[in-house]
Design a protein around this ligand. Structure first.
Ligand code: FES
Ligand code: FES
Length: 164
């Protein structure tokens, strides 16, 4: 039995203190210990992006990040950003464009797109395609996903007070 390590972190605004195995990855911890199953596990090798979550405001692969590496950090998952309304416009655009079929990739897609919306508000369609290329979808063919992200970017840019 491996030695357990106690970690303290904030997940979706709530303080958590848990004992974890040193090799447990963050996505497994979020799903298993906290019941946050919106972060999906596909490849568990850092390839598909289904496990994408935020740590201290930047997206990471939950399957490549150890739970112990999240000690002392702020973690947000699709559950948290959905509840806060941060991505409501993006989620509505996904629905309008039929940008999901089975939905397995969708939480990771939304988390990845959220970061793009925050940090690259002037992104071109080509840049959106490049940014989202790290997240795999087996169903949609990607066009509708890119359409949804581009529409959300444009809508945010046209908001009163938008800097660009
Ligand atoms: S499950 Fe993490 S990248 Fe695929
Ligand atoms: S909607 Fe099925 S994997 Fe993307």
């Amino acid at each position: 039995m491996p030695e357990l390590h106690t970690i303290e972190l904030t997940v979706n605004g709530q303080a958590q203190r848990r004992a974890v195995e040193p090799r447990q990855h963050l996505a497994d911890f979020l799903r298993g210990a906290l019941g946050l199953k919106g972060s999906h596990l596909g490849c568990e090798h850092g390839v598909c992006g289904a496990c994408t979550v935020e740590v201290d405001g930047r997206i990471v692969r939950g399957c490549l990040t150890l739970a112990v590496q999240a000690d002392g950090r702020q973690v947000r998952t699709i559950e948290g950003v959905s509840a806060d309304g941060d991505v409501r416009d993006l989620q509505e655009a996904f629905v309008r464009h039929n940008a999901l079929q089975c939905g397995f990739c969708t939480p990771g897609m939304v988390m990845a797109a959220k970061e793009l919306l925050q940090h690259k508000p002037d992104a071109s369609r080509e840049e959106v395609r490049e940014w989202m290329s790290g997240n795999y979808c087996r169903c949609t063919g990607y066009h509708a996903i890119v359409d949804a992200v581009c529409e959300t970017l444009a809508a945010r840019r046209s908001r009163p007070g938008a800097s660009s």
